[in-house]
Design a protein around this ligand. Structure first.
Ligand code: FAD
Length: 306
């Protein structure tokens, strides 16, 4: 590993570009924490910040409220996540229209999971967009939006093989996607192989790695099992025995994520999407390690290398 050389390179911060993902808060207390997180991360000048859309469209109102607050109270650029779940095309188009009227120009377009939960068979709404690719097409028909889509370095659990998975990504690109953001992963070789597969399939949009700082290893391990992300044995070993030691857990989590990000930088990746879980500390620390400083203009014009 060459992170020690990298961490001494003074120019990384000028090249690296980051985006942050938040989820819409359910309670006043969660709302308070989100806004503390937004205030802490805002000076890092992210490329954009995205706000998720709950399963079955359940957070539609809360997503809209959070996006509106970002637009009116900060100078950040929001991206609204959208899913196709349980909604007709007309309903989804109306939501897109509402966001556009608010001033939203960026979307993260997703099919979403069945209302019964991950693992249940997905049944599209009879008048709805059937998948991410159709939703991208719908967005493109409505405006000149910046459209991010999902990508799965370990393939989506519903994909029978990588060829099917990459084919779906290709359909989203052909429909007009601007960039792909990956599901989180912990093995950078897996990401690199996926990007190579995509390039061989003629997919040239940026495939931005989604980085998940491990706030709670047990929760991450459970969630990973459901969404098809592999948790390597070495990662489990690093967090072993730290269930009741949050301070050491946080230090290890920062080290693990920094190691992953620095290794990706070494491989020529300069664009990162952080799953913040509405918490600032780990993300702030990792950004600091890769040279991103509060108040710096950042690398907004830098194209992604991967
Ligand atoms: P799609 O891209 O439409 O399809 C995913 C995979 O399913 C394809 O790769 C393909 O293998 C298979 N597939 C689908 N349709 C077909 C078909 N017709 N033929 C063959 N194979 C097919 N979920 C939320 O509810 N809200 C969010 O805000 C949210 N944000 C996310 C952000 C990111 C960056 C990522 C990676 C995921 C996010 N998700 C979110 C989770 C996502 O909704 C689920 O992973 C869902 O199961 C798939 O949605 P998708 O848009 O990736 O689907």
């Amino acid at each position: 590993m060459s992170q020690f050389r990298l961490s001494r390179r003074p120019d990384i911060g000028d090249k690296v570009r980051v985006s942050f993902e938040f989820f819409p808060p359910k309670t006043d207390e969660m709302e308070e924490r989100l806004w503390q997180t937004v205030s802490r991360l805002r000076p890092l000048n992210p490329h954009f910040v995205s706000v998720t859309y709950g399963a079955g469209g359940t957070t539609r109102e809360r997503t809209a409220r959070t996006v509106r607050r970002i637009l009116t109270e900060t100078d950040l650029t929001p991206a609204a996540h959208l899913t196709c779940v349980d909604a007709s095309r007309a309903e989804v188009d109306a939501v897109i229209g509402d966001f556009a009227a608010m001033g939203v120009q960026r979307f993260v377009a997703l099919r979403g999971d069945p209302p019964e939960g991950v693992g249940a068979a997905y049944r599209p709404h009879p008048q709805g967009y059937a998948n991410g690719a159709e939703l991208v097409g719908g967005l493109r028909a409505l405006g000149d939006f910046d459209i991010s889509v999902s990508a799965y370095p370990e393939k989506h659990p519903e994909s029978p093989d990588f060829a099917t998975d990459i084919e779906m990504l290709k359909r989203k690109v052909d429909a007009g996607a601007t960039r792909a953001i990956t599901q989180f992963f912990f093995d950078n070789d897996v990401y690199e192989r996926y990007v190579e597969r995509a390039r061989r399939a003629g997919i040239y949009i940026p495939i931005v790695p989604g980085i998940l700082p491990v706030h709670n290893f047990r929760q991450v391990a459970n969630f990973s099992a459901r969404c098809g992300a592999h948790v390597p044995a070495w990662l489990a070993e690093r967090f072993e025995g730290l269930e009741n030691d949050p301070q050491t857990h946080a230090l290890i989590a920062a080290a693990v994520a920094a190691e992953q990000v620095l290794d990706l930088v070494e491989r020529g990746v300069f664009d990162f999407h952080f799953y913040t879980m509405n918490r600032a500390d780990l993300v702030f620390a990792i950004c600091h390690m890769i040279g991103i400083r509060a108040g710096q203009p950042g690398a907004q014009a830098q194209p992604a290398a991967a």
